[in-house]
Design a protein around this ligand. Structure first.
Ligand code: C2E
Ligand code: MG
Ligand code: MG
Ligand code: MG
Length: 286
């Protein structure tokens, strides 16, 4: 009897695996179509100076609204695209869109685009970036590219040359999700990097977790010593912002405390609002 039951359970298990596999296959097909049809859209999350008075840069974030399933998180569809070997199409799509959208923003605002670990493996990236800059007439000086700490470590040998070439074009290079990739801090010194984006896991319980906050401050002073500029991600409330400001932990702040990711048109509106606030001498949140 117990044998029969376990056999039944096994059948159920296999069926469930089949269902999941099929669902994943469907999602892959849908993603391929979305990429081909240009259905991946881009939203922008502003980065502000900690006093909230200057909007300096916006991070381009990919969005996919599945017709039946609704919004699929980029963490999920980027990983699927990587598995399928089509992520470089998403990178160039987002990059092109970002260059087009940012052109009509005030010239003081840059745009930051995420690279996949796969982009760091192929020399094709540099040519593609050059082509998109030429095609859109966008200035490389306003473009930032983000690579996660973990992908940098995974592709250390090829990444260095690629990043050096991009940087020689005038592009700013940021290391993303810093502090989560188990890297040796000595990489900060030897890699062609301009900006450190400290991962939001350092900010979440900043008020309670003294040791974690000390770690954040250590990363900050180390980065400052190497002339790197510091963005702190995932700042959600005024308490976190006040603490970071008080201890001079950030050059720029990215997080819900200032803005969620917004449409390209909303960036223009926000930039206007920020400028008019300056006229009245008031800061936004701090
Ligand atoms: P990321 O590059 O670290 O982007 C920051 C993520 O944090 C975004 O999530 C953003 O919406 C979220 N975030 C911003 N402020 C806050 C906050 O105050 N609190 C919290 N809890 N979250 C905040 P999103 O848009 O879901 O993107 C997730 C990740 O997907 C990105 O992390 C990036 O690694 C990846 N991704 C997004 N777009 C692209 C893309 O075009 N290409 C590649 N390769 N990866 C992308
Ligand atoms: Mg990023
Ligand atoms: Mg990040
Ligand atoms: Mg992240």
């Amino acid at each position: 009897e117990s044998k029969a039951r376990s056999k039944g359970q096994f059948t159920l298990f296999v069926e469930e695996m089949d269902a999941r596999y099929l669902e994943r296959q469907r999602l892959k097909e849908d993603l391929r179509a979305a990429v081909e049809n240009g259905d991946i859209t881009v939203v922008y999350q502003p980065m502000f100076t900690p006093d909230g008075r200057e909007l300096r840069c916006c991070e381009a974030l990919a969005r996919w609204y599945h017709p039946e399933k609704g919004a699929i998180a980029p963490n999920i569809f980027i990983q699927i695209a990587e598995e399928m070997g089509i992520v470089s199409s998403i990178t160039s799509h987002v990059l092109r869109q970002a260059c087009i959208d940012c052109r009509i923003w005030p010239a003081s605002i840059g745009v930051s685009v995420n690279l996949s670990v796969h982009d760091l493996r192929s020399a094709g990236l540099v040519d593609s970036v050059k082509a998109i800059l030429a095609e859109t007439g966008f200035s490389a000086n306003r473009l930032h590219l983000e690579v996660t700490e973990s992908s940098l470590i995974e592709e250390l040998s090829s990444a260095r040359a690629i990043l050096e070439e991009l940087r020689s074009l005038g592009i700013t290079i940021a290391i993303d999700d810093f502090g989560t990739g188990f890297s040796s801090l000595s990489y900060l010194d030897t890699l062609p990097i301009d900006v450190v984006k400290i991962d939001r896991s350092f900010v979440r319980d900043i008020g309670e977790n003294q040791r974690r906050f000390k770690l954040l401050r250590g990363i900050v002073s180390l980065s400052r010593g190497l002339d790197l500029s510091i963005v702190v991600e995932g700042v959600e409330n005024r308490e976190q912002l006040a603490l970071l400001s008080k201890h001079h932990c950030a050059d720029l702040i990215q997080g819900y405390v200032f803005s969620m990711p917004i449409s390209p048109a909303a960036v223009i509106e926000l930039a206007r609002e920020v400028e008019s606030r300056k006229g009245t001498g008031g800061a936004s949140v701090a």
